[in-house]
Design a protein around this ligand. Structure first.
Ligand code: 5GP
Ligand code: ZN
Length: 118
């Protein structure tokens, strides 16, 4: 069973923000913003590549409720899901990072000169 399946099963403790039959949201152990929450389906899904529209549609309102729960819905936040090797995915159980609580930085995501992307 993968790490986040164990968290979803309460076999590994986490600081839970919100939970329902299908999803759970908990604090990231290594926060990158004042608010850094991970929202996951309880069902194991490897990554966004395997996510079905049915689960995604339910996740939409779940993540909106998470943002409301931690009072960042109006001040603003960012949702990120890293996919695969180039995306920097380290845990192979789909998770959406929900980041907020301060003005977030925005910058280049690759080491190469951005002009070389054109
Ligand atoms: P990824 O790099 O796969 O997009 O993100 C994985 C995230 O999971 C990282 O931000 C990391 O800090 C977080 N993480 C890894 N292990 C644990 C853990 O055991 N508990 C919690 N709450 N977060 C974890
Ligand atoms: Zn899993």
């Amino acid at each position: 069973m993968c790490l986040f399946c164990k968290i979803a099963n309460n076999e590994i403790p986490s600081e839970i923000i919100l939970e329902n039959d299908d999803f759970i949201a908990f604090h990231d152990i290594n926060p990158k913003a004042p608010v850094h929450i991970l929202a996951i389906p309880k069902l194991h899904v490897d990554s966004f590549n395997e996510l079905t529209p049915d689960i995604m549609s339910k996740m939409t309102s779940f993540i909106q409720n998470v943002a409301a729960e931690v009072n960042i819905k109006e001040s603003g936040y960012r949702i990120i899901t890293n996919v695969g090797d180039n995306g920097g995915q380290e845990v192979n159980h789909l998770h959406f990072h929900v980041l907020g609580g301060a003005k977030l930085k925005w910058g280049h995501f690759a080491d190469s000169d951005p002009k070389s992307f054109l």
